[in-house]
Design a protein around this ligand. Sequence first.
Ligand code: ZN
Length: 417
Amino acid sequence: MNGGPLEFHVAARSATTRARLGRITTPNGSFDTPAFMPVGTRGTVKGIPPNLVLETGAQIVLNNTYHLMLRPGSELIARLGGVHRFMNWPGPILTDSGGYQAFSLAQTNKVDADGVTFKSIVDGAMVRLTPERAMQVQNQLGADIIMALDDCPPSISPDAIAKTQRRDARLEGAVRRDQSRRAGYDHEARLNEANERTIRWLARCKVAHTRSADQALFGIIQGGTDLAKRSWCAERVCAIDLPGYAIGGVAVGESLEQIASVVSHTAPLMPDDKPRYLMGVGYERDLLAAVLAGVDMFDCVLPTRNGRNANAFTSGGQIRLRNSSFVADESPIEQGCDCHACDPGLYGWKTPDGLPFTRAYVRHLFMAGEMLGPILVSLHNLRHFQRFMLDIRNTIRDDDWPGLVGRWPVSAAGFPG
Ligand SMILES: [Zn+2]
């Protein structure tokens, strides 16, 4: 480290796409990019001890500021030595600003020019989040990478939602809450307002950030699915000198095409010599499309959320392990996977005869409500995404993208060729 809180080194570039292979160094260690960050919502990647998270290949995890500030509180975590020590994670950590959850989870929230006020999901108390408070909380938590507070508008207008085939409760809720505060909702005006606030709040975050020597602050680009508004916001966010930048407000109900369009438009507008982070994305096809557009960092709750529900990711798509077709299935969750569940022998976890846990056994665990079921499928899913990213990083060197899609048919929709 030479002075700053973060170093980004690009080691190789794809000759035919915008993808780049790199390494990011923070005060708590380095990680390879493109990187997939498992989400440790409340200071834990649900059900998986940190040493096993490491063994899935994850080099950095994300914690949600919203949850940690409400319980147990960032002041307490600071007193106990910071979030690395608190959760016993030895590597880099990224915290989000808390804004996204304040906008999307809270039953009642009120956003104004200065911040957002919401009702705590823990004890019902009213909580105020301003740019200054978001920085104070994240300075106390002490993650290596911290995020600016941004205004997160609904990504799609109510008219567009009414036209879509797919119903998305969270998206509809976000629009409803937003509409309830004004007569005659104007989506375009709301996007403009959010963009302007996002810029003003970012400038205030930069001023309020007290640990710029050891915590890297990233700014976030908003703008919904409107590419001109994305350009407007990207230009102003990236004009503020920061160690990295992110694309926010994506994968909150839009179609695959809309996500790809926003990301492939916005990523090239971000500085080439700094990390680009796509927040909250996503499925393999979305990850691949974003890597090809030049994005370096990702986070998503899918591996553990779906793992807890018996949905296992495989190279060919998800399988539902509660399905009765697996009742006597003696194969591992996925043949060829080297995770703790599919190939425990690899990790010295010697099972009798070195055999994997069978789909039949994993299904039984879920049907019986046993804790080990969600743990095994979460481990498999976490490893699935790390294996996918590892293969992507190798592919950036040799540029054989059709080969990658052949090994991961599930990602095909993200490949334009
Ligand atoms: Zn596996």
